[in-house]
Write a protein that binds this ligand. Structure first.
Ligand code: KG4
Ligand code: ZN
Length: 342
């Protein structure tokens, strides 16, 4: 590798995972993550625990990413961090660490939007989508449709007005007695079930989503059925999972089709942890054939929260000279920057 090549260390700490990655000349050299199992027993992420665990994990995770990449601190061209959206206490740990390191190494600091990073994860490996493309980002915290005109021009064209798709999987899974995070368990159990319960889809105008009504509808349905038969959930668990999964996936794919038609774009990307869902993958593949889409889903380790995607987004910013300074502060509700379409 040339001595003057661009090498960036990226740190991600927006929720409960502490992650660090090194990118050199646009290629990911390492991608490390420390998951926080502690939240499982509470059935969801506990913000106070999350920030404390980030403080414990950040040094070993960064150290491990640097060692795997075989890059020394003095060889770094910049330090990148996730500035939001996310849990403020968690974001502050990554931001403070990145600022101190950039200051001590006298290299630029790059601030990255977590949602932009999920989208730009599509550029880590070939094949990459052509611009403009539509990206559906579906995770535990977010559900967004983004029109991507370039790495510097992303426009949110639709988003959830209440819960995220992953949150719907997790909360409904909890009503079904499943562990947190329930999404992957629902997916697994659904494979042996039939989607024979008809949960109605919400009517939301345009390209926005809503999952909160569905959650309540399932809760009331279960309450009524359990009154009649206390073993209703256990007896019908597979079919319940299949039905819940089907309605969530139907909502997502329906809006994706609508966005593709509205913007006449057939380059389609999926990002975020829920993109691991087997029915979503199957439905997107089927829909792609029907509508002539080319579809892109990054490797699963780049879909769930990770620092490689932050490194990729930071690399684009480095090329443009878009640096932050020591006054940078994270924002829990950070929005994707305005687009030229606005
Ligand atoms: O992107 P991610 O790792 O973290 C953030 O929320 O940012 O996404 C985690 C979410 C959780 O809600 C989890 O239940 C969901 O993704 N998830 C799934 C599957 N795998 C992960 N949901 C449905 N089916 C899956 N196979
Ligand atoms: Zn995320």
């Amino acid at each position: 590798m040339k001595n003057n090549s661009i090498r960036i260390l990226a740190i991600e700490s927006s929720c409960d995972d502490t992650a660090a990655a090194v990118i050199a000349e646009g290629r990911i050299l390492s991608n490390k993550i420390a998951n926080q199992d502690i939240h499982r027993e509470y059935g969801g992420v506990v913000p106070e625990w999350a920030s404390r665990m980030h403080q414990e994990n950040i040094v070993p995770v960064v150290d491990s990413a640097m060692r795997e990449a075989s890059v020394n601190l003095e060889e770094l061209s910049a330090i990148a961090f996730t500035a939001g959206p996310g849990l403020l206490g968690s974001l502050l740990v990554g931001c403070s660490f990145a600022k101190s390191l950039a200051l001590s190494l006298n290299v630029p600091l790059i601030s990255v939007n977590h949602m932009e990073a999920h989208v730009l994860a599509h550029f880590i490996d070939e094949p990459v989508p052509e611009y403009p493309f539509i990206c559906l980002t579906v995770s535990g915290g977010h559900t967004q449709l983004v029109r991507v005109n370039s790495p510097y021009d992303l426009k949110v064209v639709g988003e959830t007005i209440d819960d995220a798709a992953g949150e719907a999987f997790d909360k409904i899974g909890k009503y079904l007695g499943l562990e947190y995070p329930a999404g992957p368990i629902v997916d697994k159990l659904a494979q042996e079930g039939k989607a024979r319960y008809d949960f109605t889809k919400p009517t939301v105008e345009g390209l926005n989503f809503s999952f909160s009504g569905l959650k309540t509808a399932v809760l009331y349905f279960l309450r009524d059925e359990v009154k009649k038969d206390p073993n209703f959930i256990v007896k019908n668990l597979h079919d319940l999972c299949a039905s819940v999964q089907k309605v969530i996936v139907d909502i997502l794919v329906e809006k994706l089709v609508k966005a593709s038609k509205q913007y006449n774009i057939r380059e389609i990307g999926i990002a975020g942890g829920v993109s691991a869902n087997s029915l979503l993958r199957e439905m997107v593949s089927k829909t792609a054939i029907e509508y002539g889409w080319r579809t892109y889903i990054p490797k699963i380790q780049y879909c769930t929260d990770n620092a490689a995607m932050v490194a990729m987004a930071a690399y684009f910013k480095y090329e443009k000279g878009a640096f932050a300074d020591q006054t940078a502060t994270p924002k829990a509700r950070l929005k994707i920057a305005r687009s030229t379409d606005d």
